[in-house]
Design a protein around this ligand. Structure first.
Ligand code: RUQ
Ligand code: CUA
Length: 617
């Protein structure tokens, strides 16, 4: 049976159950032609559209921010099944992350992070399936390799910049990922009272350069900004390639209860950065070095940044697939504004300004806006579909509005349960969005799942957007705290299942059990160990109390799914070594006695026998 028929049939069975109607499922007929009111019902169609039969695969990956869990969660779409958790800023015993020497070093002193915006690498404005970048509030940004779904680099905490929320959005050829300050503070960092906030505190916008071959990130430049709270960002593309846009609130430069003090003015700003001009200014030696970073001051280097007035306290800022429009709006308004990039360029050329902030020109609102779209209350974020469709999340209305770029007409609204924040459409922030599916990433889920006590999951709702009306297909309950997510075609990601032996260049890797054993250099002891079904070699080793012990473990398996663990009791050590991988852990043998190590990852019928002893004399 074809994949379609099998799925369709099982979907029908599922729904017949729900509808309480007996119906015979003949596999040769597609569900839609089988007739019967129940089969035609929305529930039936929804079941059919989300059902991925056992053994079948989803058509998209969704990478969702895990917020203050410090992780990234991977879901399959349309099933909404949770496929993997990728630890990034937080130790994760399930994969041994944060316990071995390399990942421990990458995490440094911070064992938590608050991640918000995943950014898949792009080529010509389309996802290319190579890397996933993700920001974190403690001024950091990480790179996950999509060949093995592992965190490979954490950059930061970056100096000067505090509270990295408007990040990690990438430019269309992954030249840069972005960073920007949510919490302004004195630059350079020093203790200055909040009474001097308006003049002494500064925001920072930063460009993180990405090596096109390796993906290695390095901090390229920073721009000194007025003390607003920079919130979200998006890169220009096609028509607007070369620009980055950042929304901000608190143009009042207020302190205290911001919900009141930072809502006084009717307009805040979107900052538009000409990143090629910033790059050029740095190359010409125009930056000042502050805390080791090249910082551009727009008062001294004009032409790199402009401010676009936007409705009070905007949140999301999103560039249309053709790059012609920048969508942004006050989050308490009932409209969202489409700014015209060409008009913006004309205003810059004609010096059509309505003022300035710390030497940065403020463009005239009436000159750069094309439309105020009547989307509904509390517009936050906009995603795109093919044919000029746009989807805006409405926090206050708890709904998604569907509208059209260019005609600005709102054609549909879908309620969300409840309080939607971000939303994510299939490839919905690229130059060629897919349509098909849209996921509402809701802040609340109350009442829509079995109770798990006060600490409730969030809800993510899957919608079908293939037709004129959006249709709710599925409620999934996700880990806190989904901010943004991105959905990529599954076939764009090419993973490996084992690390090929030839690629393992680890200096302590060994592949033959005769090379396993203990060597000593003064107080430093190295234990070279092999793991393979179902034994450790060596199965016991001795060290002296006070030794600095490095255990280097190579998993010599070259078979899919054959992971082994190394749990050393009482020493807070827990590694998981994938096939073909070498990992090390270094510790001081402080406690004397006998300590068992054992395989934590089920590997064979004799997994339980996979154990050994460390003797500390
Ligand atoms: S936020 S609900 Cu951190 Cu991206 Cu918008
Ligand atoms: Cu090796 Cu379980």
């Amino acid at each position: 049976m074809s994949r379609f028929n099998r799925s369709a049939c099982a979907g029908v069975i599922a729904l017949v159950f729900l509808a309480g109607v007996a119906i015979q499922c003949t596999p040769s007929q597609p569900a839609s032609r089988r007739g019967g009111a129940a089969v035609q019902s929305d529930v039936a169609l929804a079941a059919q559209k989300t059902y991925v039969a056992p053994g079948d695969l989803d058509t998209y990956y969704m990478f969702a921010s895990g917020g203050h869990s410090g992780q990234v969660y991977v879901y399959g779409i349309p099933s909404m099944r949770h496929l993997a958790s990728i630890p990034v800023f937080t130790p994760y015993p399930a994969t041994g992350y944060g316990f071995d020497d390399d990942s421990k070093k990458m995490l440094g002193d911070l064992t938590w992070g608050d991640v918000h915006h995943p950014a898949l690498s792009e080529t010509k404005g389309d996802y290319d399936g190579r890397w996933l970048f993700i920001n974190e509030m403690n001024g950091r940004i990480a790179r996950i390799d999509l060949r093995d779904f592992k965190t490979k680099q954490i950059l930061g905490p970056v100096p000067n910049l505090h509270g990295n929320h408007a990040s990690s959005f990438v430019t269309p050829n992954t030249e840069y990922a972005m960073m920007a300050t949510r919490f302004s503070r004195p630059v350079p960092q020093r203790p200055v009272g909040v009474d001097k906030y308006a003049t002494e505190y500064k925001g920072i916008i930063a460009g993180v350069k990405i090596d096109p071959k390796s993906g290695e990130m390095s901090l390229a430049w920073q721009i000194l900004m007025p003390p607003f709270d920079y919130d979200l960002g998006d890169a220009g593309k096609l028509a607007s390639d070369g620009w980055m846009f950042f929304s901000s609130y608190n143009s009042e430069r207020a302190i205290g209860k911001l919900e009141v003090t930072a809502s006084q003015r009717d307009q805040d700003y979107i900052a538009a950065v000409d990143w090629r001009a910033a790059e050029k200014a740095i190359a010409e030696g125009k930056g000042d070095t502050i805390a080791g970073v090249k910082v551009l001051d727009p008062q001294k280097v004009p032409g790199i940044v402009y401010l676009m007035p936007c409705g009070k306290s905007p949140h999301g800022v999103d560039v249309s697939p053709d790059g012609k429009w920048i969508i942004g709006s006050g989050k308490l308004q009932g409209v969202t504004t489409a700014f015209n990039f060409e008009k913006m360029q004309t205003a810059i050329r004609n010096k059509d300004f309505q003022g300035e902030e710390d030497g940065i020109p403020v463009l005239k609102y009436a000159s750069i806006k094309d439309a105020e779209v009547q989307v509904g209350l509390g517009p936050l974020h906009t995603q795109f579909g093919p044919d000029g469709w746009a989807y805006t999340s409405l926090f206050v209305d708890s709904a998604i509005a569907k509208w059209k770029l260019g005609t600005w007409e709102v054609v549909d609204k879908a309620p969300m349960s409840y309080s939607i924040g971000h939303l994510s459409a299939a490839e919905g922030d690229t130059v060629s969005p897919d349509g098909n599916y849209l996921v509402g990433l809701n802040k609340l889920s109350h009442g829509r799942h079995l109770s798990v006590g006060p600490s409730q999951p969030e809800s993510s709702q899957l919608l079908d957007i293939t037709e004129e009306k959006m249709k709710l297909l599925y409620d999934a309950f996700t880990e806190p705290e989904p901010h943004y997510a991105q959905i990529i075609k599954a076939d764009k990601i090419k993973t490996i299942e084992v690390y090929p032996k030839e690629e393992n260049k680890h200096p302590l890797a060994i592949w033959d059990i005769k090379d396993a054993g203990v060597s000593r250099n003064g107080k430093k002891v190295t234990v070279k160990m092999i793991v393979v079904r179902s034994t450790f070699t060596p199965t016991a080793f001795e060290v002296q109390a006070g030794d600095e012990v490095t255990v280097a473990i190579t998993n010599i398996e070259q078979t899919t799914d054959e992971l082994h663990g190394f749990g050393l009791l009482d020493y807070n050590i827990n590694l998981v070594i994938d096939p073909g991988e070498t990992k090390t852990v270094t510790f001081t043998a402080k406690k004397g006695g006998v300590f068992a190590y054992y395989c934590t990852n089920f590997c064979s019928a004799l997994h339980q026998e996979m154990q050994g002893y460390m003797i500390v004399k």
